[in-house]
Design a protein around this ligand. Structure first.
Ligand code: ATP
Ligand code: MG
Length: 368
């Protein structure tokens, strides 16, 4: 799939801008704070109606505007499609596909995007939240109900945490604790099945991708880790639910004492090894960065297997962080699919690709 054309109105620092993309490599170049990441964000929005930078649509609307729109012509499943998003202050966003009103969760069936940005360079070294986010962003695009499940989980988690934190001041709060715990166990079971299945496929794709990308034949292994009582994270939802309930039961007193949720999918992680040893503990800075990008490239393969098409690859500001060999790999050897790469004005990088160069200056497209 690919995005052919994009029109932005009142979106972040773009008053009005229209541009066309190449089907392969596009280099988006410009000085700092001109709108490069904003442009990638607008493309990412097409994949599920959510930004990768904020949960709040109002932040996407130009400072002095009441609404913003993102319109795109895309080709997906061999069909030309027109996607329009209208973001309004104080009202839910409106999404249409070929002029028919569509739910955000349905966009993942049309446009998929994989983003790699400077924060992701630390994917292997950061805490578990970064790796859960990797899984969650991908699965949200692949499974229409997942984003909703995740937000339900977050609400249950916040409610339960509030009870555990404040019940000493108001013991009546304990009346609803078991209900929230049960809801959390149910939602955990569902999240765990999705994530375990995704992690298995990520592991299978990451090995070969990393051997090539690392240039050193390194072995990258990925394993999903969840609540310790869960024996098979891909078992039936009911079986997983019962095992988490057991964990929950064992930890009830500890949760009350700690004033925090100790059981559930919010503790999930991916264990990542390079050449058989924990990457977090032993790998060099360069090795972990390379492996982080390998995971994103592996994610592309999962989308390809699932949808028959590569997702759009969005690389924000990461080229300058890679050595010459990996730059060459990214610019010239990531085959198939469309890539949008931002970089600060760098003629050399632009010239290294046969792709299209798009110059951004203060929210306007200078050259394309
Ligand atoms: P860098 O190279 O530093 O990453 P960039 O070109 O990626 O820069 P962007 O993150 O796209 O820069 O942001 C460009 C500008 O958009 C920033 O100066 C920011 O203040 C502005 N901006 C962000 N949100 C809005 C908004 N809602 N309305 C208007 N302008 C905004
Ligand atoms: Mg940027």
């Amino acid at each position: 799939m690919r995005v052919d054309a994009l029109t932005l109105r009142g979106y972040r620092n773009y008053a009005e801008a229209a541009l066309r993309f190449d089907g392969a490599v596009n280099v988006i170049s410009g000085r700092n704070a001109q709108g490069k990441t904003n442009l990638l964000e607008a493309v990412y929005l097409l994949s599920g109606g959510r930004s990768f930078r904020t949960r709040f649509d109002k932040e996407l609307i130009g400072f002095d505007r009441d609404f913003a729109s993102v319109e795109a012509e895309v080709v997906s499943g061999g069909r030309e499609q027109r996607i329009e998003l209208l973001l309004r202050r104080g009202a839910p966003k409106r999404i249409t596909v070929n002029r028919v009103k569509t739910a955000a969760a349905e966009l993942g069936g049309i446009v998929n995007a994989v983003l790699f940005c400077p924060d992701d360079l630390n994917l292997l070294r950061d805490g578990p939240a970064a790796r859960r986010r990797l899984m969650d962003l991908a699965i949200s695009q692949l499974r229409p109900g997942y984003a909703r499940l995740l937000s339900d989980y977050t609400k249950l988690y916040e409610n339960k945490t509030r009870i555990l934190r404040d019940y000493r001041d108001d013991p009546r709060m304990l009346d609803t604790l078991d209900d929230f715990s049960d809801g959390l166990c149910r939602a955990s079971a569902r999240l765990i099945r999705y994530r375990a299945s995704f992690a298995r496929r990520l592991a299978a794709a990451a090995g070969p991708v990393h051997r090539e990308f690392s240039g050193a034949g390194e072995d990258l292994t990925v394993r999903y880790r969840t609540v310790s009582t869960v024996t098979d994270p891909e078992a039936s939802e009911q079986a997983i639910y019962e095992e988490i309930c057991e964990h929950q039961r064992l930890h009830r007193a500890a949760e009350l004492a700690a004033g925090a949720c100790l059981t559930g999918a919010h503790k999930d992680d991916l264990d990542i090894d390079i050449n058989g040893r924990s990457a977090r503990a032993y790998a060099s800075q360069g090795q972990t960065r390379t492996a982080a990008l390998s995971l994103k490239l592996a994610e592309r393969e999962i989308f390809l297997a699932e949808t028959g098409e590569y997702p759009v690859l969005l690389l924000d500001d990461v080229l300058s962080e890679l050595d010459a060999m990996r730059q060459d790999f990214v610019l010239n050897r990531i085959g198939g699919g469309q890539t949008l790469i931002t970089c600060c004005e760098d003629e050399q990088i632009a010239q290294k690709t046969g792709g299209k160069v798009i110059l951004i200056e203060n929210g306007t497209i200078k050259e394309s």
